[in-house]
Structure formats: structure tokens, C-alpha cells
Design a protein. Structure first.
Length: 399
């Protein structure tokens, strides 16, 4: 009986917290909140809130490290990380929220439930008191605004990228699309939209980063090799708060996969402050060596973009311009592309072209100096990336 009593004490929350503390004054924690709890219950096929909480709790427990602590509150769940601190704890919190949201988005019908997550460091004394009194929701003031890491109305595809010189599919870009329509999220290729119609680029970019990283890990597990890229919108990167979250996530990624990771800065309008852009590019390249800077096809100062320090330059063509582009192929369009290719090549950079590009334009772009291209008209977006594969230029004639 005494042994059983000791074991029960060892599992008491206060005792578990004491084991985690180890002379620290602060602990890193993550708070999970649920939006649409009724839908969560339907998703999990459970009749009561109590059972729902138990199911979510079990889901999280299988993904925590041995000494991590999970505590339930009135409005959500709190994870206390035993060994992970700072950026590692924040990334773990985002990973857990992402997995939960992925499950809900895959299984729920109608309005999807959402998991919101916020992470921070909390003084041990404050945390101990909250756990002792059962008032962990009172810690909310310590957190920033919670974020959802998987917009439930979206799904992700992978756009193949053609290496026009080596004649291979060399990489795959994560593309967020509207669920059930395959309609690409607007704004990443200079589509014109009213300000109130613009999506939450920061939330989408964080989710895209998670999707790309999981794809890279899956490729490694399958012993396949290819670059996997994602777009980060300039609106995410120009704000200190959202850029900080992205940088924290990037800093915690698997360093062994760094050479296969590619980031594209999207949506940089003409006139964007060059010093600020150079700072953004430098901050990204300190974490991810391969950074592509995407410009509008009619960008008037491509040389300044080249000098901001990316590893490659690209031109993006809005879908709505597809018809107009064909008629411009021998005029301003090609003149701009040649100038961009010359500027990039003079600095040892490749030139990338993306958009709704016809096989005819792809051939013209290749002749004019484009090194890489992607177009859903020629290379169909896929559910998952694949390995590097041959794709000879002769196929353009038949595409």
C-alpha cells in the first residue's frame, strides 16, 4: 500500500512540476484553445465534452516528451515543456497545433473546428499557483494573441519546378489552395485585390512552412531528393510580430535538411524600401541559404532587387494576365525578361519564372535566359512532392 501511495504522489501535478523545475525560475508553456468545440465532438465521434477533452488530451500525450506535463483548464489545455525552451518549445507548440488541426480538417464536415495555440515563458511561482488552484486559464494575460496554424478552408498542393538547363523537375513549391476548388490563394503572384479581401498571409505562411517541412522529412524517409520550397508573403515579413514567428520557426528546423529547403519572398511591390528588403533577405538567408526574391513581371528596378542579396531572382505573372502575356511575347514582356536574366546572371544568380505560362511562352522564356519555370498549365500541381526526374525540353512541344 505504501508503494502504491508513493506512486500516486509522484503523479500529482505539484510533484510533477517540481521534477520539471530543476532550479529554473521560468518554464516554457503552450496554451491550446478550441474554437467550435461542438464540431470537435462531431469530428471525434464523441457524445460529451468530457470524452472530447479526454480524446484530445490522449492525442497530445502521445506526442509529448516523457517529462512534459499536460493540464486541463476550463477553456483549453496547457502543456508545460520539461526540457524544451525558447524557440524549441515554440516550434513544438506549433507542431502540436498543426497536427490537431490537420486531423480536424481531414475528418470534420461543414464548419471545421480550430485549435489556437499561444506559447510563452511563465514564472514558476505563477505557474505553480495556477496549477494548484486549477485556474490555468488565468495565465492568458501572459500570452500573446493565439494563432491558428491550419486555416480550415485551405489545403496544400505542390507545384513542380522545371530546371530548363538540366531539363529536369528539380523542386516542388508548396501552394495553398481553396479546399475543393484547387484555386490558388490570391496575392502571391501580384493579383490585385481590395484590402479587405486579402487573406491572413501570416497564418497561411506559417502553415505552409509546416507543410513543406513535413514533406522534406517524408522525402528523406523515402530516400528521395528534391528541393521543397514555399512562399512567404512580404506582408508577413515586413511586420515585426509575424516575421518574428517565422524566424523562430525557421531557426528550429532540421539543419540536416537545410540544403533542400527553399524560400520565395512573394508580393514585393515596386518601390518597396530597398534597405528593409535587404534586411529581410539577410535575416532569411541566415536561417535558410536558398532565398528566391519574386518580382512583378514589369518591375522597373530589377537591378536593385538583385543587389538586395537573394540567391535567385524570379518573375511572377498573375493568372489574369495569361491572355495578355501571349500578345506581349515579342515586346515589353520579353524585353523585361531579358533584362532580368542579364541582371541576375551578371551576379551569378539564376532567373525563375512562374505563372500561367503556355508551352509557347515557356520555350520563349528559356531562349531568353530563364533558368527555372513553373506553370500549372504544363506541370500539374501534385498532392506530394517527388524526387528529381527527367523532363526534356522536347516535351514542351507536346504539352
Amino acid at each position: 500500500m505504501q508503494g502504491l501511495h508513493s506512486a500516486m504522489l509522484a503523479d500529482h501535478p505539484a510533484e510533477r512540476l517540481r521534477r520539471i523545475v530543476r532550479n529554473r525560475t521560468e518554464l516554457d508553456v503552450a496554451q491550446f484553445r478550441f474554437v467550435g468545440l461542438t464540431n470537435v465532438e462531431k469530428t471525434l465521434g464523441l457524445p460529451t465534452k468530457s470524452w472530447t477533452w479526454d480524446a484530445v488530451k490522449s492525442f497530445l500525450q502521445t506526442r509529448l516528451q516523457r517529462d512534459d506535463m499536460l493540464v486541463r483548464g476550463e477553456g483549453g489545455l496547457l502543456v508545460v515543456f520539461a526540457t524544451r525552451i525558447g524557440e524549441a518549445a515554440e516550434q513544438a507548440a506549433y507542431d502540436l497545433a498543426f497536427e490537431l488541426n490537420t486531423q480536424f480538417a481531414a475528418n470534420a464536415e461543414g464548419d471545421k473546428p480550430q485549435v489556437l495555440v499561444a506559447a510563452c515563458s511563465v514564472p514558476v511561482s505563477e505557474l505553480a499557483n495556477a496549477i494548484r488552484t486549477g485556474r490555468i486559464d488565468n495565465l492568458s494575460s501572459s500570452f500573446g494573441d493565439p494563432v491558428s496554424l491550419l486555416p480550415s478552408e485551405l489545403e496544400w498542393r505542390f507545384q513542380p519546378v522545371w530546371d530548363a538547363r538540366r531539363e529536369v523537375i528539380s523542386s516542388y513549391f508548396v501552394v495553398p489552395t481553396a479546399k475543393g476548388t484547387n484555386q490558388r490563394v490570391r496575392g502571391y503572384q501580384f493579383e490585385r485585390m481590395p484590402a479587405d479581401d486579402r487573406p491572413d498571409y501570416a497564418a497561411i505562411d506559417e502553415a505552409s512552412l509546416k507543410v513543406s517541412e513535413r514533406a522534406l522529412r517524408k522525402l528523406r524517409g523515402e530516400r528521395k531528393r528534391a528541393l521543397v520550397g514555399l512562399s512567404l508573403h512580404i506582408n508577413t515579413l515586413r511586420r515585426e510580430d509575424t516575421a518574428g514567428r517565422i524566424m523562430s520557426l525557421l531557426a528550429g528546423l532540421d539543419k540536416d535538411l537545410a540544403r533542400y529547403r527553399l524560400i520565395k519572398i512573394a508580393g514585393v511591390e515596386a518601390g518597396f524600401p530597398k534597405l528593409q528588403l535587404a534586411h529581410i533577405v539577410g535575416a532569411l538567408r541566415a536561417r535558410v541559404p536558398l532565398v528566391l526574391l519574386s518580382a512583378a513581371w514589369d518591375e522597373p528596378d530589377i537591378d536593385s532587387l538583385v543587389k538586395s542579396g537573394p540567391s535567385a531572382i524570379g518573375f511572377a505573372y498573375p493568372d489574369t494576365a495569361a491572355t495578355a502575356l501571349a500578345s506581349l511575347a515579342e515586346s515589353k514582356l520579353m524585353s523585361n525578361l531579358r533584362a532580368g536574366a542579364d541582371a541576375a546572371h551578371a551576379h551569378g544568380m539564376p532567373l525563375y519564372v512562374e505563372g500561367v505560362i503556355s508551352p509557347f511562352l515557356a520555350s520563349a522564356f528559356r531562349e531568353a535566359g530563364a533558368d527555372y519555370m513553373s506553370s500549372p498549365l504544363i506541370w500539374t500541381p501534385q498532392e506530394a512532392p517527388d524526387t528529381v526526374m527527367k523532363w526534356p525540353v522536347s516535351r514542351l512541344a507536346a504539352a
